[in-house]
Design a binder for this molecule. Structure first.
Ligand code: HEC
Length: 280
């Protein structure tokens, strides 16, 4: 009996070993995001600012291959355009992001904000006349610009490390949005050569230099220019990119639940009705 127990204990310890080794990164704290709760949606202001942080900072090294510029202006996107009637003047006015009530959605092909975002990016493309690779201004149908033509070039520019595609990063990493936020705010300030200490990264040394610094992105809505604010906003944007239909899904969940509750009530009443003359 004792021997069986010892063997079982030894087995347990042996199987826990590799798990402990892989899990040496510190567990990220639970950061509060508006999308955490079962009914919570995205804070579109945060998603808009987060896109700005991605565009001005992260896009130098990380691509987001799954995203095209037009996605930013589709329903549920951070730069979706709506025309809303102003009750005082009676005029229709543009409103970026879904208004609290009403508003007519403007198709993304007619959305000047998204067009401007795309046109502000230079995309490498094949010139249809000469067959040469040229840079041209982006179109809304373009995928997000790739910072490097391929993985070899990306590694060469980053000391051998690969800056992962961020399209679905919050789904691809254990800890999701909390991990990304903790990583971005978790640098200790210590470094060794081209590696920076960060307890949230497996191995504790990461080849990404601290990407955010106080004041490095200028917000136009008065939000503070702190590392924590940038990190929270860009994480919000990355979560939206990973799961752009979350709000619809949660809304549908509520409708389905309400339907099931009504259905249970009806079934109960019909049961009562069918058995009304029977004594049990
Ligand atoms: C100068 C280039 C550079 C910039 C700018 C940069 N990164 Fe990185 N990033 C890297 C590299 C290189 C790695 C891989 C590090 C490693 O493997 O040691 C990395 C890794 C990461 C990881 C970890 C991925 C994983 O495998 O767990 C995340 C998340 C990340 N970056 C997010 C961001 C965000 C968000 C921004 C913008 C605020 C940003 N990065 C800006 C180069 C960069």
């Amino acid at each position: 009996m004792l021997r069986a127990l010892t063997a079982a204990a030894a087995l347990l310890i042996a199987s826990a070993g590799p798990a402990l080794a892989a899990g040496d990164a510190e567990h990220p704290h639970d950061h509060r995001f508006s999308f955490d709760s079962p009914l919570g949606g995205y804070d579109m202001g945060a998603v808009q600012r987060g896109f700005q942080v991605y565009q001005q900072v992260c896009a130098a090294c990380h691509g987001m291959d799954h995203l095209a510029y037009r996605h930013l202006g589709e329903r549920g996107g951070p730069f979706a355009l709506y025309m809303v009637r102003n009750h005082e003047t009676g005029e229709l006015e543009p409103h970026v992001g879904k208004p609290a009530h009403g508003g007519a959605f403007v198709d993304v092909t007619e959305n000047p904000y998204v067009r401007a975002i795309a046109a502000g990016v230079m995309i490498s493309d094949v010139d249809p006349n000469t067959g040469e690779i040229v840079d041209r201004p982006g179109r809304i149908s373009d995928r997000f610009r790739r910072p490097f033509p391929n993985e070899i070039a990306a590694r060469a520019a980053n000391g051998g490390a690969y800056p992962a595609d961020l399209s679905v990063i919050t789904a691809a990493r254990h800890g999701g949005a909390d991990y990304v936020y903790a990583l971005l705010t978790g640098y200790t300030g210590e470094s060794e050569g081209a590696l920076y200490e960060n307890p949230y990264f497996a191995g504790h040394m990461i080849a990404m230099p601290p990407p955010l610094a106080e004041g490095s992105v200028a917000y136009s809505d008065g939000s503070p220019g702190t590392v924590e604010q940038y990190a929270a906003d860009v994480t919000h944007f990355l979560q939206w990119a990973t799961d752009p239909h979350m709000e619809e899904r949660k809304r549908l969940g509520v409708v389905v639940l309400a339907f099931l509750i009504v259905l249970s009530g009806l079934l109960y009443l019909s049961y009562k009705h069918v058995w009304r003359n029977e004594s049990h």
